[in-house]
Design a protein around this ligand. Structure first.
Ligand code: 13P
Length: 257
């Protein structure tokens, strides 16, 4: 199955209710780009208000706890974010792996908990600058994914409906300089072959692999032309409807010609 390009905004720790107007503008614009699947992952506090108003975009969270509930002050479970209206959750982002010490096995536990709560998952992976310079980027990312992806039995139904992989090289996040299209092509091909190895030909090819790291309207067309790129996970440029929808437009253009 050929899936629509998936353009996801990760608002990180940005956004109070004053940003609801921006989410509204993104939702309205998304209704004009139906060939692209547009989604937003705002802070937890904005999931419900955006979900309540959104007509077109999907709404998700940026993380969840791996436990179903209990004495975990300050944490939030997959069922809670689903109850607030989230349809998906981003897991294993490098900012959480680094700042919160999240290991591959912890990320895997979160993935299994999220799937059990009926959420789709966007599983992040990506190497540091040091790992890339040492020539081990592909091996590192494959090992990280092997350790973080949920067990196959949990991914019931169409795999592409439940799982998206986001390749986000740490050195490209928030720097203004995206990875080169050659680097993206090499890594996405390696991730594709891992998915086929883990989940079989049909299911492994059904999963979208999206790229993240300084995606903007100016570089989006070139990135979306790379084989095995099924969309983008966008940080800074997702905070305004203009730039975010510029990226969505670039994703819809191949269909318009
Ligand atoms: P930027 O688009 O700001 O580089 O962030 C990428 C990212 O981390 C999305 O999850």
């Amino acid at each position: 199955m050929t899936r629509r390009p998936y353009i996801v905004g990760n608002w990180k720790m940005h956004g109070t209710r004053a940003m609801l107007s921006e989410a509204r503008a993104i939702d309205r614009a998304a209704q004009r780009h139906m060939k692209v699947e547009v989604a937003l992952a705002p802070p937890y506090t904005l999931i419900h208000p955006i979900h309540r108003e959104a007509e077109q975009i999907g709404v998700g969270a940026q993380d969840c706890h791996h436990a179903e509930g209990g004495a975990h002050t300050g944490d939030i479970s997959a069922a809670m974010i689903a109850d607030a209206g989230a349809k998906f959750v981003i897991l294993g982002h490098s900012e959480r792996r680094t700042a919160h010490g999240e290991t591959d096995s912890r990320v895997q536990a979160k993935a299994e908990s999220a799937l059990a709560a009926g959420l789709r998952i966007i599983m992040c992976c990506g190497e540091s600058a040091e790992t890339r310079e040492s020539g081990n980027a592909v091996a590192f990312v494959k090992a990280q994914l092997r350790g973080s992806l949920p067990a196959f039995e949990q991914l019931l139904g169409e795999l592409g409906d439940r799982l998206t992989v986001a390749y986000e090289p740490i050195w490209a996040i928030g720097t203004g300089t995206a990875a080169t299209t050659d680097d993206i092509a090499e890594m996405h091909a390696a991730i594709r072959s891992l998915l086929v190895e883990l989940y079989g030909e049909e299911q492994g090819n059904d999963v979208r692999i999206i790229y993240g790291g300084s995606v903007k309207p100016e570089n989006a067309t070139a990135i979306f032309a790379v084989p095995n790129v099924g969309g983008a996970l966008v940080g800074g440029a997702s905070l305004t409807a203009d730039t975010f929808m510029g990226i969505a437009l670039a994703a819809s253009e191949p269909f318009d010609v």
